[in-house]
Design a protein around this ligand. Structure first.
Ligand SMILES: [Zn+2]
Length: 414
């Protein structure tokens, strides 16, 4: 069967969905604060479920709150082709990260429904729970559980900084779903996402054909010295935990610079007791280290651990450290990438091969089923920020490529 090419998504309807749902967790600066399993997350989930049902889908929710909306295909013997992303955001996040991918899936289904078009395989729109990992660490948590890379019990028992577990939070918003977590719900996955980097915009290209995702390792560190009076404690007799951390922060920045295109950052830090006239006796901080090559990532991680040991020794500190997340570098499926490129070609759009610097749910799915990602530009490459922006035209273009890629893949199912 030849691929039907005259199906056009409605960019304005997609844009309205993005802005309609942006009231759930809206911040005064125009961004979103929609933490995983929060009251705002419930609002947007309810909206999505209602919209998918109105478009003819049935919605299933698994034990870790992942949402699967299925639009029927002509052949019930085929597993669905899935597309989706996440609706949760950073504490000061934007309106597009993750959200575009879920609402683009809805737009694809609405287009099929409106035109009375049926694919061979059912189409499934997925909303993964807790992609951001800011309230509950790690990130990409429930796609990780779906893929079997993370344990369900561990995920549900993960506490936020207030001690509320993910399981309790999902229960509280009514999204601790009744269906078991199983990893055979779909046969292939496309994820559309904003690039979260500056390359597409700088080169004036609308569609990124993502080849893979770089490896990511997260660490949590507590350094313990001794609280002491800042006025009465001589410099030589201090065990200043914050000074130890400062040395590690600078060392990590150097490690990132030495291993281009690798990157390394401390994004979260807590100083205790955090009082201006107390030498800090304890700090907690996180490290985030990334590289497309696992072997180089090993080197970067070893350098980080060496810097940590050195800083602790220099400042007389005890170290508690653990790697709390590892997302291996992955390559997406060649056949799926081809579908994306053909889909872009049909839409008259140029593509650029690229790697993802950010982690994505699709990375967990890639070892399981054929998977690919589509990127569209975001303004200034800025993301994880309330000013994160993308245009109606680019969001629409990405969604059209998504629909075309799904049709291309579906046509091969016969
Ligand atoms: Zn995202």
């Amino acid at each position: 069967m030849a691929t039907q090419t005259n199906l056009s998504i409605n960019p304005r309807r997609l844009w309205d969905s993005i802005h309609d749902t942006a009231r759930f967790g809206a911040t005064p600066k125009g961004g979103l604060r929609r933490l995983a399993a929060s009251a705002e997350d419930k609002q947007v989930r309810d909206w999505l479920a209602a919209a998918c049902e109105a478009a003819g889908c049935t919605v299933a929710i698994d034990h870790c709150g992942n949402m699967f909306a299925t639009y029927p295909g002509r052949r019930p013997d085929l597993k669905p082709i899935a597309t989706g992303s996440h609706l949760d955001t950073q504490p000061t996040g934007g309106k597009f990260d993750g959200i575009l991918g879920v609402l683009a899936g809805l737009e694809v289904i609405r287009t099929f429904a409106e035109m009375g078009y049926q694919t061979n395989a059912p189409i499934m729109v997925v909303n993964w729970t807790n992609e951001e990992g800011s309230r509950f660490a790690p990130a990409m948590q429930c796609s990780g559980v779906y893929a079997g890379a993370l344990g369900l019990e561990d995920a549900l028992a993960t506490p936020d900084r207030e001690g509320v577990t993910l399981g309790e939070a999902l229960e509280a918003i009514g999204y601790a779903g009744g269906e078991s977590v199983r990893s055979d719900r779909f046969q292939a996955l496309f994820e559309l996402h904003i690039e979260q980097g500056p390359i597409l915009e700088a080169e004036g290209i609308t569609i990124g054909a993502v080849q893979g995702v770089q490896g990511i390792r997260w660490h949590e560190v507590t350094l313990r010295g001794q609280d002491a009076h800042t006025g009465a404690t001589p410099m030589g007799m201090r065990r200043d935990a914050l000074c130890g951390m400062a040395a590690v922060v600078c060392a990590l920045q150097e490690i990132g610079r030495r291993h281009a295109p690798g990157v390394a950052s401390v994004g979260m830090a807590e100083c205790r007791p955090n009082s201006r006239n107390v030498v800090p006796g304890e700090v907690f901080f996180t490290a985030d280290i990334r590289h497309p090559d696992e072997a180089v990532l090993d080197e970067m991680e070893a350098a980080f651990l060496a810097a940590l040991a050195e800083a602790a020794a220099a400042n007389g500190l005890d170290v508690e450290q653990r790697r709390n997340w590892h997302s291996p570098a992955i390559a997406f499926d060649a056949g799926m990438i081809e579908c994306v490129k053909l889909g872009a070609e049909k839409a008259g759009l140029a593509t650029r091969d690229m790697l993802s610097g950010a982690g994505h749910d699709a990375a967990y799915l890639a070892p399981l089923v054929p998977t690919a990602m589509i990127f569209v530009p975001c303004e200034g490459g800025i993301s994880h920020n309330e000013i994160e922006a993308a245009t109606l035209e680019d969001c629409g273009a990405g969604t059209q490529v998504l629909l075309n890629a799904i049709l291309e893949y579906d046509a091969r199912l016969g």
